[in-house]
Design a protein around this ligand. Structure first.
Ligand SMILES: [Zn+2]
Length: 349
């Protein structure tokens, strides 16, 4: 029943100004030379702050490079550019750079420091990297980061839709855990109760202050990080990813314009939770109303036709992955909600 070994981040700093101390955190761990991978389009002031911090604390920049695409090919290419003197790898920015940095660090067997500059999904602390291989998206095991450094001031300056995306990805934990328990009841799939509990509890924690001020961002960062921990404890993505993620993955594969991951998974969680018939649907609805989640969706409404195709394809996206979508044709109920639910007005076209 027990996992042979669980790896968790040893250093966690979620506070204003944390980025200015990045060099200090590395130096304290005697990591005197580090490679810095950052997102394409990252604000120069953020990159400068990280580099300055490394300089201030005597950490040599072994390699500083912009990550252009979240692919395995890119990670392998960058791995070969990491000099042997390098003692750690830092990922700075959004999802792409962090996924590539995390995977490159695992290839190079170096400690990995995650420094997300926005909180648009739970990937920054997960034990896997989402990368494409020959154009096809895959989740590759990496283990979780050794350190997580979230600068609240930096994250607070990120565009609001990114925060809404993080809120959406967080709410999808409700539906993911329900699907996991359904798979247990229907087929006996093992559920790790502690991982399920952490995942569920992380959403309630955020609900205490679901606003985009410093405190709300701290709660969101902590909650998303705990989801990465839950995945590591479970040894699978089950605590964080269920039928709502299958729909999002199907949209990424078939849609003409994939949107922010958490806007997709959050909207899908809202729909799926209605099928699951528990009390999560109401809770997600309340949270989305309080945070203004739907405003970010309405800025660029989803295509109803693309969702129909994705919902039909979703059950076959992952092999042997039982969810509520395995039981019935979900689209008729979703179509009815899209037509009649006042919350969804303007979210689909
Ligand atoms: Zn997600």
């Amino acid at each position: 029943m027990k996992n042979a070994q669980i790896n968790l981040p040893l250093l966690v700093r979620i506070k204003a100004g944390a980025l200015q101390r990045l060099g200090l955190y590395l130096a304290r761990s005697r990591l005197t030379s580090a490679a810095l991978f950052y997102s394409e389009g990252l604000l120069p002031s953020i990159l400068d702050a990280a580099r300055q911090s490394l300089r201030d604390h005597g950490v040599a920049p072994a390699l500083v490079c912009e990550v252009k695409e979240a692919s395995l090919e890119e990670a392998v290419r960058l791995r070969s550019a990491v000099p042997s003197s390098c003692k750690a790898l830092v990922g700075l920015g959004g999802g792409k750079a962090l996924d590539v940095a995390k995977y490159t660090a695992s290839l190079a067997e170096l400690p990995y420091f995650a420094a997300p500059t926005s909180l648009s999904n739970d990937g920054f602390c997960s034990p896997q990297a989402s990368l494409t291989l020959e154009g096809k998206r895959q989740s590759l095991p990496t283990g979780p980061p050794e350190a997580v450094v979230v600068d609240l001031t930096v994250c607070q300056r990120a565009p609001l839709p990114l925060w809404h995306s993080g809120v959406g990805d967080l709410c999808s934990k409700f539906t993911a855990v329900s699907d996991w328990k359904l798979a247990f009841h229907r087929r006996g799939d093992p559920v790790n109760d502690m991982a399920a509990l952490i995942s569920d509890a992380s959403v309630f924690q955020f609900m205490a202050n679901p606003v985009s001020n410093e405190e709300g961002i701290r709660l969101l960062a902590t909650a998303l990080m705990l989801n990465g921990v839950a995945m590591e404890i479970a040894g699978s993505s089950r605590p964080s990813s269920g039928s709502e993620h299958l729909i999002s993955h199907a949209l990424d594969m078939t849609g003409a314009r994939p949107r922010l991951h958490g806007l997709q998974t959050g909207t899908a969680a809202y729909l799926v939770s209605s099928l699951q018939r528990g009390n999560h649907h109401e809770k997600i609805g309340e949270l989305f109303a309080r945070t203004g989640f739907w405003h970010s969706v309405r800025k660029q409404p989803f295509s109803k036709e693309e969702w129909r195709i994705a919902v039909e394809r979703a059950p076959s996206v992952k092999e042997d992955f039982y969810t509520i979508l395995s039981e019935s044709d979900a689209w008729p109920e979703f179509a009815r909600m899209i037509a009649l639910d006042p919350a969804l007005i303007g979210c689909f076209e």
